[in-house]
Ligand binder design. Structure first.
Ligand code: NDP
Length: 234
């Protein structure tokens, strides 16, 4: 489809699967990664999303290679789980800085790139836990609920500019992030998941590809659960 696509956290997990899927569709994909090398066969730019100047440089490099950004997938995220009473300032701040402020940094820069073309798609990786909350995840759930507010507010701001802004809210998806979950926690979540199994990265990719497609032209400000029913009803 030849669109200029920018994916943060694109070197592994959901972000890598998203980057590969858009590239397979014929889009020009810039994988923004913090560590390591760019994935084989994909154009890489480096940035720590918590650092606005690094994000700005990365978007400029992507623009120079592929033209103005047309699709942004703000995917970079971390967890640092611990009960609130034991949570350090650092643990709270790091998760908010990466998941929420990092998305803000990326969206602000990428949207500037989209505006002149008067078209674009912004997709934020929120989480079913942004609806539900979870013990030990006050920092993470707060950051993911914040992304829903960010998406909905930005949908208002950009509605007349031809840019849609949506979030996906995955449940438990099998990646490095969830590999560390205890068996007990996994069983608890599966009991609350009507489909009774974790999702795959490809199931999240399918929702993101849809929101980025022409078929989703009248969808903005939506938070689309991809969660096997976990957290439904919100
Ligand atoms: P992974 O842990 O597999 O990958 C996280 C990615 O984010 C990595 O590429 C990592 O880069 C990058 N990243 C982390 N911090 C930064 C930073 N400061 N700057 C730039 N990049 C950074 O996670 P998943 O693929 O599972 O998750 C992707 C997104 O989906 C996250 O936002 C997550 O919260 C969300 N999500 C995941 C769910 C799941 O069950 N897996 C469920 C709901 C939401 P590096 O390799 O350098 O660490």
């Amino acid at each position: 489809m030849n669109r200029s696509v920018f994916v943060t956290g694109g070197n592994r997990g959901i972000g890598l699967a998203v980057a590969r899927a858009f590239a397979a569709d014929g889009d020009k994909v810039a994988v923004c990664h913090r560590s390591g090398n760019p994935p084989e066969g994909l154009f890489g730019v480096t940035a720590d999303v918590t650092k606005p100047t690094e994000v700005e440089r990365a978007v400029r490099e992507a623009e120079a290679e592929h033209g103005s950004v047309e699709v942004l997938v703000a995917n970079a995220g971390i967890t640092q789980d611990t009960p609130l009473l034991r949570m350090s300032d650092q643990q709270f701040e790091d998760v908010l800085a990466t998941n929420l402020t990092g998305a803000f940094n990326t969206v602000r820069t990428a949207v500037r790139s989209m505006l002149p073309g008067r078209r674009g798609r912004v997709i934020l990786l929120s989480s079913a836990l942004g609806f539900l909350g979870a013990p030990g995840q006050t920092n993470y759930a707060a950051s993911k609920a914040g992304l829903m507010g960010l998406a909905r507010s930005l949908a208002w701001e950009l509605g007349d500019r031809g840019i849609t802004v949506n979030a996906v809210a995955p449940g438990i998806i099998s990646t490095d992030m969830t590999a560390a979950l205890s068996e007990r926690r996994m069983d608890d979540v599966m009991r609350m998941t009507p489909l009774g199994r974790p999702g795959t990265v490809d199931e999240v990719v399918a929702a993101i590809r849809f929101l980025a497609s022409e078929d989703a032209s009248y969808i903005t400000g939506a938070v689309l659960p991809v969660s096997g029913g976990l957290g439904m009803g919100h």
